[in-house]
Design a protein around this ligand. Structure first.
Ligand code: GSH
Length: 408
């Protein structure tokens, strides 16, 4: 799993000069009194202090001897391989292999079904479903429960007293009152012992997992609930573009959406090299294409764009750093960055992008990649103000107003 933990009590009062700028960030659990880049001085525990004294006695202030370093390196490497094999299954060459979803949507549920959506904010796959739900105006038809990642990486529901009008925040399970997602999966007839993943679409009356594959869910939200949608005329997968959407998905899913994970979860240098080359050569191609095309499939926003967006919005805050996607920052791409900003600025999309929850979800939870759990400061280019700056994508389009008219 890859998502977040709640912020801890490490909260400091912001220096005055910073506090104004900070409030522009889309924060979730963060109160205005909290600094993003300051932490209380860590007070070493007595165990750490004792360890320091003993090591100083043994080899003084210099570095530990070579033998110790190599022993610890072997031990740490073995533990790392073990943890990674749990976190991210890989093939014999160290390439990350994402497990397939268990519940795909074989048949659309009837429009009268009582549906509930389970998501986690850090998860890019769940993020797709939140965006399509928002753009289609399905908030009333499909209520949502938002979990937060617990320390062991499982999804937990917690009471959240903080209110935030601007951005979604995690909270309780409003459909089943469960403490965690695993409990919800187990409520289905026949129980469940597999991975309890987000997003998950739940049939409330039938107490059944309808689907836990994000692409199936967004296709269903796009066309299967038009009788209940506030924006039924918005079609994110028009018939004439289905072929193009498929083509883009086939390129973007392995190289970009899953490609960033293949970089971050690679367990050998070769596996990483392959993944990172595939990722950046694909981003180069997309950037080039977007120089002459407003969206991936022309002037119409489609599901392919939504799927690309949820990776792009995490790129500079997470993947560039934690997953070693370092060849370029997204900001360095002349077209991709404006394209991402345009989607971010579409009505109701920014509210689905809780950057602090996203950062916590990766940096604080993916222990094998970040053992100290220290969350880096938000790059200034990823702040809400920058994401809201003019995208100037109108000039690339031949039919600008068409799709915006649909989204209210
Ligand atoms: N193919 C799935 C992937 C879903 C997925 O892997 N979700 C992650 C969070 S980003 C999860 O819930 N993992 C929990 C686990 O593996 O136990 C989809 O697109 O819906």
């Amino acid at each position: 799993m890859l998502c977040s933990s709640p912020l801890s009590s490490q909260q400091l009062i912001l220096p005055k000069a910073q506090s104004k700028a900070r409030t522009h960030l889309r924060l979730c659990h963060v109160s205005p009194r909290m600094s993003l880049d300051q932490r209380p001085p860590s007070s070493p525990t007595s165990a750490t202090a004792l360890l320091k004294t003993v090591t100083k006695l043994i080899w003084g202030p210099s570095l530990p001897p070579g033998l110790l370093i190599s022993t610890v390196r072997i031990a740490w490497n073995t533990a790392w391989q073990l943890m990674m094999s749990q976190l991210a299954p890989s093939d014999s060459l160290g390439n990350y292999t994402r497990p397939a979803s268990k519940f795909s949507l074989r048949k659309n549920p009837p429009a009268t079904a009582n549906l509930h959506l389970y998501v986690g904010l850090p998860c890019p796959w769940a993020h797709r479903t939140l965006i399509v739900r928002a753009l289609k105006g399905l908030e009333d038809a499909v209520p949502v429960s938002i979990a937060a990642p617990g320390q062991d990486g499982s999804w937990e529901f917690r009471h959240n007293p903080s209110r935030n009008e601007d951005v979604l925040v995690p909270g309780l399970d409003n459909a089943n009152g469960c403490k965690n997602l695993k409990e919800v999966y187990k409520l289905r007839k026949g129980g469940y012992s597999g991975r309890a993943t987000m997003p998950m679409l739940w049939d409330v009356d039938g107490k059944e997992v309808l689907c836990n594959e994000s692409y199936d869910i967004i296709q269903f939200f796009n066309s299967g609930l038009n009788g209940l949608a506030r924006n039924p005329d918005l079609d994110l997968a028009p018939l004439e573009l289905k072929g193009k959407i498929e083509e883009w998905n086939k390129i973007i899913y392995p190289n970009v959406n899953n490609g960033v994970y293949r970089c971050g979860f690679a367990q050998s240098q070769e596996a990483y090299d392959t993944a990172v080359n595939g990722l950046f050569s694909t981003l180069d191609v997309i950037d080039d294409h977007l120089g002459g095309s407003r969206y991936l499939c022309g002037d119409t926003l489609t599901l392919a764009d939504i799927c690309l967006f949820t990776t792009l919005i995490r790129f500079d805050v997470v993947y560039n750093v934690l997953f070693k996607c370092t060849r370029k920052k997204l900001l360095e791409y002349p077209n991709l960055h404006g394209y991402m900003r345009e989607i971010y600025q579409m009505p109701k999309v920014a509210a689905t992008c809780n950057l602090m929850a996203i950062m916590d979800g990766y940096y604080k939870i993916l222990f094998p990649l970040n053992p100290g759990s220290i969350r880096p400061v938000v790059p200034s280019v990823c702040e809400h103000e920058v994401l809201s700056s003019p995208h100037n994508r109108e000039s690339v389009s031949s039919a600008d107003k068409k799709m915006h008219a649909y989204i209210s």
